[in-house]
Design a protein around this ligand. Structure first.
Ligand code: FAD
Length: 417
């Protein structure tokens, strides 16, 4: 793999950009691998990358039914933060945040991680109590989060409306300065390039249609639209379709799949310097480097595998944006889209071994898994390589829904994404 550098750009400029290599190869599937990862989203590709780089396991295939990064990885609004309430969540999301810092250098690929700050607004006494509880809990875990007055919030984000006449006035905010955004496609491409360079096979247009098990119950491989592919270890990282694939192996998952939408405006000059989120008014906003306002909110109320959500959700979201930012009332929206998110009852992920020997699952990230991509891939690779969870993901079992030892960010979350 040729290193990207200023010298490489200069060299290619001199020879008409004819020397750039393919970023990843597209080999034919082999009959057997040591490990198969189902799903070439950010989490699956990161898992393959760390299997190769940290554990030296390179006889790996990542099977993707569509194109890599075409699932939720390429559809999300890229909010990155680690200010979750519970210790377990703080552990895994901050592990990821530490890896974001330096990921471009690690991958030799610009993932455009921008620690521009994530600000969560409070509009009433309940919000103040919830957000301050997060600030204190985060600090106990060594995670930055600070309380701002409405005036300080406006100073941090000048277009924010803090008028006391607003229907839902801003009465304070919690700010995580290390939070921010990254370029989602580049994250998938960077991990794919790094994994492929180390010998991992990334096989697109290859849908998994069955999971094969031996008489003793252990996994022996997967049936795909390109034939049977053998492996003694299979990691399922298929977001909204995880329960479908786990069902093929006879494992019933505590997951529901919902459409989640987002939309972008026409591009404008830089105006929103950070990420702003509000759970009460219910919308969030940031601005991409292209200038588009990137906007989102909640899921549809009904489970579905259709990648288009209800129009009323978008209308409600834009109502909320205009409430917080009357300055944007006349902006035109350019496009909207949806993804299928996999939601657990406690809104925390599952990264674990399963009752089936050789079968591992990484799912349940719901509306907020992009931010965890590097950390999730790192600890999931450990789980597969050692057949034992990393201490960071050890609490994120399937069994917690049987034992009741939940990580209940559903009840605790200030904002879900
Ligand atoms: C609109 C929207 C906004 C979001 N905003 C944020 C945000 O701001 N911040 C944040 O942290 N998170 C956000 N998320 C959530 C985040 O996108 C996901 O949690 C994360 O991207 C999941 O990554 P993944 O790699 O697990 O899944 P995906 O990227 O979805 O990858 C799974 C892959 O599995 C493939 N697959 C499925 N079935 C099969 C099969 N049978 N065979 C082979 N391949 C299969 C799919 O095609 C897909 O490519 C958002 C999600 C959406 C939809």
């Amino acid at each position: 793999m040729k290193k990207y550098s200023v010298f490489a750009i200069a060299r290619e400029a001199m020879r008409g950009h004819k020397g750039w290599e393919e970023q990843w190869s597209s080999p034919e599937p082999k009959k057997e691998y040591d490990v198969i990862i189902v799903g070439a989203g950010g989490h699956g590709l990161a898992t393959a990358y760390y299997l190769a780089t940290v554990h030296g396991i390179t006889n790996v295939a990542v099977l993707e039914k569509g194109w890599l990064g075409g699932g939720n990885t390429g559809r999300n609004t890229t909010i990155i933060r680690s200010n979750y309430l519970y210790d377990e969540s703080a552990g895994i999301y901050d592990h990821a945040l530490k890896l974001w810092d330096g990921l471009s250098q690690e991958l030799n690929y610009n993932v455009m991680y921008s620690a521009r700050g994530v600000m969560m607004l409070a509009h009433n006494v309940h919000d103040i109590q919830v957000l301050k509880r997060h600030v204190h809990a985060n600090r106990l875990n060594g995670i930055d989060n600070e309380w701002l007055t409405p005036e300080q919030a406006k100073e941090f984000c000048p277009p924010l409306n803090i008028s006391k006449q607003a229907r839902y006035p801003v009465v304070g905010a919690a700010l995580q300065r290390r939070g921010g955004t990254a370029r989602h496609d580049a994250v998938a491409w960077g991990y794919a390039r790094g994994a492929s360079a180390r010998g991992v096979h990334i096989i697109q247009n290859c849908e998994v249609t069955g999971v094969k098990r031996a008489a003793n119950g252990a996994v022996t491989g997967v049936e795909t639209t390109r034939g049977f592919i053998g492996a003694k270890k299979v990691g399922v990282v298929a977001a909204g379709h995880s329960s479908v694939i786990m069902n093929m192996a006879g494992v019933r998952m505590p997951l529901e799949s919902y459409p989640l939408q987002a939309l972008v405006s026409e591009p404008v000059k830089p105006v929103v310097p950070c990420v702003v989120m509000s759970n009460t008014v219910h919308a969030y906003i940031s601005q991409s480097d292209k200038g588009e306002l990137v906007i989102g909110a909640g899921t549809d109320q009904y489970v579905s595998y259709s990648q288009t959500g209800g129009l009323h959700i978008l209308q409600h979201t834009l109502d909320a944006i205009c409430e917080m930012f009357p300055i944007f009332t006349r902006m035109k929206m350019l496009r909207s889209w949806g993804g299928i998110v996999d939601v657990t009852p406690d809104r925390s992920p599952i990264l674990a071994k399963t009752p089936v020997p050789g079968l591992y699952v990484n799912c349940g990230w719901g509306t907020g898994g992009f931010k965890a991509t590097p950390g999730s891939g790192h600890v999931f690779a450990h789980t597969i390589a050692r057949d034992d969870p990393h201490p960071i993901n050890a609490p994120f079992t399937i069994e917690r829904f049987r034992t009741g030892r939940l990580i209940d960010e559903a009840a605790a979350a200030a904002v879900a994404h």
